[in-house]
Design a protein around this ligand. Structure first.
Ligand code: F6R
Length: 614
């Protein structure tokens, strides 16, 4: 979490930094700050959003063609003006921005205190900038060398940029386990946590690798060294394909709403060139190249967090159902610490929108060490997970900026469905006719999602008004709809702050049924073709206890609609594909409720889009 941005070149740095911070605000938004050098060093930092920082800066001096900026998601020290970045060294010479955590900061701090350093903040970052200063002055080193030596002494994760007041012609940056991208502009360099602040200035970027340190200079030269061995690396310059319009709200009130409405297109984009229902084929580069591994896999292990973990659960149903491969779905944070049994016959699939989630990355590293093939389902091109995996597929959903994941979820499910179908076909575990039927139906999904968005939105807005004051909500589903229930509950919790639980519908009677009364909205995803009678019984059980039932049903359904207080109809599809449609009402419901409750939909409290700390 935390977003960092820096600029050196011919232009004024302040507007570039501010625009960059606004683009990176999804990574953290509890405080923000900038440092600008123009003979004098001006540092402005403020608790709150980037807009609060802009107000605070007001008419103050923002001159300077070199500067660094930060938007924070607090880890060490509360979010306030003092703990906000940039942080400054004891002698006032160095200023630093940091994304990550220095795990051994307490030890280093004690040692520096013995040397006479005093600290003004509670942050690990201030300790790091003091350490660099100490090494620079004591050993009389250049800035890049002092940074390099300091980083050999720290344990943890970092993406940093350091500005030296006495050298306005260079910036030094480094990364380990937190992302850092360098944009190469004709007139200077931009450094940022991702490419979104860079794209409007240049398409040429270098992704810094772990344990690399970069020096960018005003004269247009730059170099990259490794932290340990100090060898010079030959940087690979990538050409960005991102479109700038996808970073704007495009007339919607919130990014989340825009992203919900983009789904007919993003699902189509996830399938583009990969699926041909007429000729009955699916081609996914990463699968074709590793066909034997997938065909012979004794087990698939899916590691992910949050919404991506829910996509993994849907994949478990699809892979086991169609490809007949045993699947385990693991929270990456648990998997990495519990000494899991992994063999070289396993394929480990990581699912991640950002490609930067610290726990997922660590789980993958562990699986790689144990000899498993690792495969990535990722949205952000060039992200750490995408680069670590042996093979993988991008979901091509474009930048997802709303903190609550929507289009990335449907992109992940689309891709995982294609993977399962393709492997099932190759393993001969699916009949040609069912394969054809499912692929034909996949092609219809974007149109059907568009229909749900068009037909259901007004009704869902009305229902949202009826339940917006609830304190709790229960989401129920069976089979393929169970992970959708989990996802619906997560969406409601995170953006409207209503407590919600997702349950397999049949589990309700083992405990949660005690909670049901007339104040408890129960959202039942009842699009099942199999076990339909059973879900009807579950709805009856809720109604018998005066619960308010909001049912998601298939168009034309009669029985549950008669029992439910509200029924939202979605188009019929093949059962394994229903999550792609039934999740849309879940997203709209939580969106409308959050708006009605006056919540900041795109930036819910305490959250950040990219969880780069454990
Ligand atoms: C919820 C949400 C989070 C993420 C989770 C994993 O709406 O967005 O639960 O799904 O933090 O993030 P990624 O997919 O980037 O690894």
């Amino acid at each position: 979490m935390c977003g960092i941005v820096a600029y050196i070149g011919e232009k004024n740095a302040y507007p570039i930094l501010i625009k960059g911070l606004q683009r990176l605000e999804y990574r953290g938004y509890d405080s923000a700050g900038v440092a600008l050098l123009n003979g004098k060093l001006n540092i402005y930092k403020r608790k709150g959003k980037v807009s609060d920082l802009i107000d605070f800066v007001g008419e103050n001096n923002v001159d300077g063609t070199i500067g660094i900026g930060h938007t924070r998601w607090a880890t060490h020290g509360k979010p306030d003006d003092v703990n906000a970045h940039p942080h400054i060294s004891g002698n006032g010479r160095l200023t630093l921005i940091h994304n990550g955590i220095i795990e051994n900061y307490a030890l280093i701090k004690k040692a520096l205190e013995v040397e006479g350093h005093t600290f003004n903040t509670e942050t690990d970052t201030e300790v790091l900038v003091h350490l660099i200063e100490e090494i620079q002055t004591r050993e009389k080193l250049t800035l890049e060398e002092a940074v390099r030596v300091a980083l050999t002494k720290v344990v943890g994760a970092y993406a940093i940029v350091v500005l030296d007041k006495e050298d306005p012609n260079k910036l030094v940056a480094a990364r380990k386990a937190s992302p850092l991208v360098i944009g190469i502009d004709e007139n200077g360099f931009l450094l940022a946590s991702d490419a979104t602040p860079i794209i409007e200035h240049t398409k040429k970027v270098v992704y810094l690798n772990d344990e690399e340190i970069a020096t960018v200079r005003r004269d247009g030269t730059f170099e990259i060294r490794t932290i340990g061995a100090n060898e010079i690396q030959t940087p690979f310059i990538h050409e960005l394909e991102m479109q700038i319009e996808r970073l704007e709200k495009g007339g919607y009130d919130y990014f989340m709403l825009k992203e919900i409405h983009e789904q007919p297109t993003t699902i189509q984009d996830a399938m583009r060139g990969r699926l041909n229902a007429v000729d009955s084929w699916i081609k996914l580069g990463g699968i074709e190249e590793n066909l034997e591994k997938f065909k012979d896999a004794e087990r698939l292990i899916i590691v992910a967090c949050g919404t991506s973990w829910h996509s993994g659960l849907i994949a478990e149903y699809i892979f086991e159902d169609l490809a007949r491969i045993p699947v385990e779905v693991e929270y990456a944070s648990e998997f990495r610490y519990r000494n899991p049994v992994i063999t070289d016959k396993d394929v480990v699939i990581a699912i991640s929108q950002s490609g930067e989630t610290a726990d997922t990355l660590a789980a993958l590293e562990l699986a790689k060490q144990k000899g498993a093939m690792i495969y990535g389902i990722v949205n952000v091109v060039g992200s750490s997970i995408a680069r670590l995996t042996d093979a993988g597929s991008y979901i091509h959903a474009g930048p997802e900026i709303g903190v609550a994941s929507t289009k990335a979820f449907t992109g992940q499910v689309t891709l995982l469905t294609l993977m399962a179908l393709s492997i099932a076909q190759k393993r001969g575990t699916i009949s040609e006719s069912y394969f054809k039927k499912l692929t034909q139906e996949m092609e219809q999904i974007p149109h059907k999602v568009a229909r749900v968005l068009e037909k259901c939105n007004t009704q869902i807005e009305y229902i949202s008004g009826e339940i917006k004051n609830a304190n709790n909500a229960l989401y129920l589903g069976r089979g393929y709809s169970f992970p959708v229930a989990l996802e619906g509950a997560l969406k409601l919790k995170e953006i409207s702050y209503i407590h919600a639980e997702g349950y397999p519908a049949a589990e309700m009677k083992h405990g949660p049924i005690a909670l049901i009364d007339e104040n408890m909205p129960v959202i039942v995803i009842a699009t099942n073709q199999s076990a339909y009678e059973k879900i009807v019984s579950n709805v009856q059980e809720v109604k018998a206890r005066q619960g308010m039932v909001i049912a998601i049903v298939t168009e034309g359904e009669k029985e549950i609609s008669k029992l439910a207080d509200y029924s939202i109809e979605i188009p019929e599809t093949e059962e394994p594909l229903t999550p792609l449609l039934s999740v849309i009402p879940m997203q709209l419901l939580s969106y409308h409720i959050a708006v009605m409750r006056g919540c900041n939909v795109d930036q819910p409290r305490n959250l950040a889009k990219s969880v780069t700390v454990e």
